[in-house]
Design a protein. Structure first.
Lengths: 94, 412
């Protein structure tokens, strides 16, 4: 692959994060907090909605969690992939 | 009662998926190319930005680059395409249990019994919205009263369009299309038709059943049925394992098989077609069966359980050769030979990987086979062949799949 192609294949809008999650007895997965790139941990106050959706900004598909963090609405994705199960969030303004 | 059949076709599927995952590619002319590093690679898909330059699926990479110097060519990621294919079928199956895939990126859905007060067009629109929202790519849907017309419809308003073809409007819509657009009209049929002045699908219908049958035999009658909107073939339920219990192929060879090498050539050839059909259907086999008919016409079968399920031709062949060596001493030549995969499991089901197998190597092997499928789908079976098959021209050049599949492949 040439340099130009390699550059265009880079994706800096998609940030994989470490997540602490709860799993309910019904098998539901609920994220509780995650660690951003700078090392700061963000608590998730509430999961508002869970549905399957694509992220056009970050480039990926999976279960999209609409969550409340410090009073603000944010999305995070539990990614569908054959490896499976990684969490990512979109970098805003990336 | 008139049926309502949708044909849903993901728009420039591979290219769209690559653009979804790599946002910076959007807006550039992009193509997915097989074996980008090699001189022999071809274009497997291209996006709409690449189209005005004349970049087409099937072109050699160098050719495409000549037409569009700024073309970005990315390697295929089949694992993603398979994942999308599975999720896409999942969405479709929310609307009817009757979903019949045609390759990774197209499916028919018969919603006649599950309309629930809605029209086919309304369901098609909902499917388009859902695919866009959930999968981040677009799909075009044709809606009609038979499979042939719905497939034509899905091609008429791309990308992201719904096209409804009714009993009332098909003469104004479908009949204007070139004859070559009709499922089953290949290059040679098209040539023949042109000689008779038949240019459009409407021309085929107007020529009439009798004329077509006289000139082309049974196949002519099929063409008439398709063109006139009389096709009644059902949308076959997919994923019901009871329906497909085994995938197999056998052949009576152009000459009797005398030794192991002869058998190897034919088995590999057959295994290729079996493996390709398995991948098309989305199954892997846990057991391989060979059937042997001797030149005195006595006959027997032997089977072998595999360490792990497979849809790879070399693995099927390896198992078949083990069976052959263990069970046949070549006292007599073989008149015909067959191979089949049974004990099928869906290819998406979790696979217990064997402890000592190199997983990376296997993934590579799978990718190679998918690339082979793609090349053959576009260029015909002999566009690419295993070297072994060249050892004997007669034995090696059977097109096992076409010879044993009712035309059109995977449809009739």
């Amino acid at each position: 692959m040439d340099e130009k192609t390699q550059k265009l294949m880079e994706n800096d809008c998609k940030v994989y994060v470490d997540v602490t999650e709860d799993r309910t007895k019904d098998g539901q997965i609920l994220p509780r907090s995650f660690v951003w790139e700078d090392g700061r941990r963000y608590e998730i106050d509430r999961v508002v909605e869970v549905r399957r959706a694509a992220s056009l900004r970050a480039g990926g598909i999976g279960m999209r969690y609409k969550v409340m963090i410090q009073g603000r609405e944010r999305f995070m994705w539990l990614e569908d992939s054959n490896g499976g199960g990684k969490w990512f969030v979109e970098r805003i303004g990336g | 009662m008139a049926r309502t059949i949708l044909h849903a076709d993901l728009d420039t599927c591979y290219a769209s998926i690559e653009m979804l995952y790599h946002p910076k590619l959007r807006g550039h002319p992009v193509a997915v190319g097989g074996s980008v590093e090699e001189r022999h690679g071809i274009i497997l898909a291209r996006n709409y930005e690449a189209r005005p330059f004349g970049v087409r699926v099937g072109q050699a990479l160098w050719q495409a680059r000549q037409l569009c110097p700024d073309l970005i060519i990315v390697p295929p990621s089949y694992d993603k395409y398979i994942l999308f294919s599975k999720l896409f079928r999942g969405i479709l199956s929310d609307y009817s249990p009757l979903v019949e895939p045609f390759g990774l990126d197209e499916s028919w859905v018969d919603v006649t019994q599950s309309l629930g007060g809605r029209t086919g067009g309304e369901i098609a629109d909902e499917i388009r919205e859902r695919v866009k929202f959930e999968l981040g790519v677009t799909v075009s849907v044709g809606v009609s009263f038979n499979k042939i017309f719905s497939k034509l419809g899905s091609d008429m308003h791309k990308p992201n369009g719904t096209t409804v073809i009714t009993q009332e409007n098909f003469r104004e819509t479908v009949w204007r299309l070139p004859a070559a657009d009709l499922l089953g009209v290949g290059r040679s049929t098209q040539k023949k038709l042109l000689q008779w002045g038949v240019k459009t699908i409407g021309d085929i219908a107007r020529l009439g059943a009798e004329q077509l049958q006289q000139r082309m035999g049974k196949w002519g009658l099929y063409l008439y049925t398709y063109a006139a909107g009389l096709d009644s073939s059902p949308v076959r339920e997919f994923g019901n394992e009871a329906v497909v219990k085994s995938v197999g192929n056998s052949t009576t060879c152009p000459r009797d098989l005398e030794n192991e090498q002869d058998a190897h050539i034919v088995l590999l050839n057959l295994a290729e077609s079996v493996a390709e059909r398995m991948r098309e259907l989305g199954f892997m086999a846990k057991t391989v069966v060979i059937s042997l008919r001797l030149n005195d016409l006595t006959w027997f079968e032997r089977q072998l359980g595999l360490e792990r399920p497979t849809f790879l031709a070399p693995e099927l062949t390896r198992a078949a050769m083990i069976l052959l060596r263990e069970n046949y001493r070549w006292e007599k030549p073989l008149r015909s030979i067959g191979i089949r995969g049974t004990n099928l499991v869906p290819m998406n089901s979790a696979v217990q990987t064997t402890l000592f197998e190199n997983e990376e190597q296997r993934m590579k092997a799978e990718k190679i086979e998918y690339t082979l499928d793609e090349i053959r789908r576009r260029y015909g079976h002999h566009a690419v062949n295993r070297g072994l098959l060249l050892l004997d021209g007669k034995l090696g050049l059977l097109d096992a799949k076409a010879d044993h599949t009712i035309h059109p492949v995977g449809y009739a």
